[in-house]
Write a protein that binds this ligand. Sequence first.
Ligand code: 5GP
Length: 188
Amino acid sequence: MSNKHLLIVLSGPSGVGKGTIVKKLLKRGGYAVSVSCTTRAPRAGEIDGKSYFFITKEQFEEKIARGGFLEYSNHFENYYGTPRDFVESQLEKSDVILEIEVDGALQVKRVMPDALLIMVLPPDAEELKARLLKRGTEDRETIEKRISRMQYEISKKDEYDRTVINDDLLKTVAQIEKIIANKKGDIK
Ligand code: 5GP
């Protein structure tokens, strides 16, 4: 990276608490989070421009053609991608956090080798699986897709710079901040 700011990529299976970790990091200050584009429909309570930029498949593909994404992937039958402009301009000012899945994260690592890839894992994958099954807000097929995706994500953990187990939120956030501080020390 050409400046001292760091691109931090957080991944991990859904339900592991990445969203809460990002909120805590943002509260500490010094970080900006990238808002992704997606073609999936907004869920209740999600705000366009804040949760995601909700765009059509045509708009997404047009942005791909313009080179507008730092990375993108197609999973759960929808496109998800990180807008390149925001990340590149924000890195001039502060560290930037991306909360994205593994395929996108590994694309980022290829184009920005100094990016710090952190995988957040549950203390007990079986327990997370049981929780997803019990949640009852999605049909069986969707849940099974989420579980097989979770197993896929976990299988890529060795390609990440660091893995943290989220067994205690505050401890996990402190651990991630330490990892970030060490990395910043390395690239200065
Ligand atoms: P959800 O539909 O539950 O909001 O997100 C599903 C998955 O998409 C999560 O693992 C989330 O981290 C990932 N995701 C969100 N934004 C992006 C993005 O910009 N790029 C990629 N590759 N994955 C994303």
